[in-house]
Design a protein around this ligand. Structure first.
Ligand SMILES: [Zn+2]
Length: 321
């Protein structure tokens, strides 16, 4: 068994606000004189979302966002992540703090500093909650086009809300050169995955495992080469699958869908990226060869430059030896 830290990894689905170190969150809570947000497990998605809102509310100043980004880079590098696409809800923070620009500007600066210091590459995806307005998505797109580090946007949040109202803005964003990655098939069924691909033009799907309930949706993913960002620990903690061992990810691989390993909400699951790879080994029985294949699939599904992608793939092959 090889050391999973030394496998060069691409991390494609992780929310920046959910990577805050426990000590940093405790520091911010003490500063603001508020209780430290509770940890999991959570009785349902609502309780998890409420906890998430408490953590987000602690982010106030440019220094807070900058610190979050710098610490993210150091923690990812320690896991053997060589390339990350981290999701950030820029417009939500901007509206909350009455300064649309500041949160993203501070995060970009922090990521530049942290990536350089740790010799990794980090890009940003800006997400938009389906419960929020089309106008906010437009502001998100506007923010996304300001920095070369932002490579894409996507819809997240409650999948019970339809994607269709955002289709026109998403189309324009895609034509402006932004990649599109939507959460779908996490709590909602296979139709949400079809909607994300056909109407939302998704190039990857966040979660997506519920596609398995409809073979025609699985075929759609396979035929278009749309990768799914699987987050096993997150699915277990949020009660979407009973145990890691019961996760149906192998069926997606056997059906020819590109599959990647991700953490989503590491502060809640307690598992960083190498830990998540280790879980696929112990709970799902993935061999080193299979883990390297999935790492290569993540490199290929990423929006990294060809040079970065090739480096990741070469590194994974070398790791196998
Ligand atoms: Zn997510």
């Amino acid at each position: 068994m090889r050391d999973l830290i030394t496998l060069p990894k691409a991390h494609l689905h992780v929310h920046l606000e959910s990577t805050a170190r426990a000590a940093t969150v405790a520091h911010w809570a003490a500063r603001d004189g508020v209780p430290v947000p509770p940890g999991g497990p959570f009785p349902g998605f609502r309780a998890f979302a409420d906890r998430n809102a408490l953590v987000r509310g602690l982010l106030r100043s440019p220094e807070d966002f900058h610190r979050l980004a710098v610490e993210f880079c150091a923690d990812e590098a320690a896991q053997g992540t060589r390339y990350a696409e981290v999701t950030f809800t820029a417009a939500s923070h901007g509206e909350r703090l009455n300064d649309l620009d500041m949160p993203l500007a501070a995060v970009v600066e922090g990521l530049r500093e942290g990536a350089h210091a740790n010799d990794i590459t980090v890009r940003l995806l800006l997400d938009h909650s389906r419960r929020q307005s089309v106008a906010r998505l437009e502001r998100t797109v506007e923010l996304a086009t300001r920095y070369p580090e932002v490579v894409g946007i996507g819809l997240a949040g409650d999948e019970a809300y339809p994607l269709a109202p955002f289709a026109e803005v998403l189309r324009a964003a895609g034509e402006a050169g932004l990649h599109l990655v939507h959460h779908a098939g996490e709590s909602a069924g296979p139709e949400s995955v079809r909607e994300a691909v056909e109407i939302g033009r998704a190039q990857r799907i966040g979660h997506g495992f519920q596609a398995l309930a409809d073979p025609s949706v699985v075929a759609l993913l396979r035929e278009r080469g749309v990768a799914v960002e699987i987050c096993v620990s997150s699915n277990v903690v949020l009660g979407l699958v009973p145990t890691a061992a019961a996760h149906p990810v192998r069926a997606l691989i056997e059906a020819g869908v590109p599959v990647t390993i991700n953490t989503d909400i590491p502060d809640v699951t307690g598992r960083a990226l190498a830990d998540e790879y280790a879980l696929w080994r112990t709970a799902l029985g993935f061999t080193d060869e299979e883990l390297a294949e999935v790492a290569i699939a993540a490199a290929e599904a990423s929006f990294a430059t060809a040079q970065v992608r090739d480096g990741l793939i070469t590194g994974a092959v070398r790791w196998l030896g």
